[in-house]
Design a protein around this ligand. Structure first.
Ligand code: CP
Length: 310
């Protein structure tokens, strides 16, 4: 049986194109399962998974939990706000205490970049990064690419633009790694202040004019402005941002070809995109959320297979 090249999912940077294709093929099967009347399989009934969320989440947390339940895993949930982290416990102590309860896999969201990488060096359980600061959000990129593949087929040669706050976005970095590994052409577009200085070194085009970027692309992934990660102003005002980088129906309808519109959520309606764009037939935002469950089932199933064969 084909298997992943890694025991953890710490970032898209650390997996291969073959790993991504294997995750997609496995997710195809799980997508079929979750659309059946009985949406559950017994695949992980001997596996215990801890969801450790040190940072807020709606979609990712619910999606992982649902994926774990669909796979029949035993699940425990932890959120930092109500834990002993507030009393000064270190990350490794917290996780080791949880692991002593015989946990096989840890799904972790953490505000610090590299938190999952650190953990993987100290503990035996398989780690899945559910977002680490402004570093990576690998399952988001996998579900984004899977959703594009579902609509447009093979990603090779497809033109994808990531719009907005690239500087603070873990979704952008993971998407860039995934899209490039799958052979897509990638551009980033946003105000110069929200584009990392050396982003071009990742093999992506850089554009500050939204219309030009939209005229070039097949897919626009409109990223959230991450106000919570900004300790200063990166643009004069929200109104200014909306005027320059917001996607509205008038712009969408005036493009020479029909493009797909994506957003990882949570959406600031009226900022990155207007409601009529979010709810338009070109938007695949809810398909992204649906595909997230199948992708996370695939990732955890494949990592658990490695645990069983270790
Ligand atoms: N897309 C995403 O990561 O959303 P949440 O922060 O709600 O998990």
């Amino acid at each position: 049986m084909a298997e992943l090249s890694t025991n953890h999912l710490l970032g898209i940077k650390y997996i291969t194109a073959a790993d991504i294709e294997l995750i997609f093929k496995t997710a195809d099967q799980f997508k079929e399962v979750i659309n059946r009347p009985i949406k559950k399989v017994p695949s992980l009934r001997d596996i215990t998974i801890a969801n450790l969320f040190f940072e807020n989440s709606t979609r990712t947390k619910l999606s992982f939990e649902l994926a774990e339940k669909r796979l029949s895993a035993d699940v425990i949930n932890f959120t930092a706000g109500s834990s002993s982290v507030k009393k000064g416990e270190t990350l490794i102590d917290t996780v080791n205490n949880i692991l002593s309860m015989k946990v096989d896999m840890v799904v972790m969201r953490h505000p610090n970049p590299g938190a999952g990488i650190l953990l993987s060096k100290h503990i035996k359980a398989s780690i899945v990064n559910a977002g680490d600061g402004a570093h990576e959000h690998p399952t988001q990129a996998l579900l984004d690419c899977f959703s594009i593949r579902e609509k447009l087929g093979d990603l090779h040669g497809k033109k994808i633009v990531l719009v907005g706050d690239i500087l603070h976005s873990r979704v952008a970095l993971s998407n860039i790694f995934a899209l490039k590994k799958l052979g897509a052409e990638v551009k980033v577009c946003g105000p110069a202040t929200l584009l990392p200085k050396h982003i071009g070194q990742l093999g992506v085009g850089v554009e500050t004019n939204l219309r030009k970027a939209l005229e070039w692309c097949d897919v626009a992934n409109m990223l959230r402005v991450q106000n919570e990660r900004m300790n200063m102003s990166f643009f004069p005002s929200t109104r200014e941002y909306v005027l320059q980088y917001g996607l509205n129906k008038k712009i969408l309808d005036s493009l020479p070809k029909e493009i797909l519109v994506m957003h990882p959520g949570p959406i600031n309606r009226g900022v990155e995109i207007t409601s009529d764009v979010a709810d338009s037939k070109q938007s695949i935002i809810l398909q992204q959320v649906e595909n997230g469950v199948a992708i996370r089932m695939a990732v955890m199933y494949l990592l658990a297979s490695k645990l069983k064969h270790a």
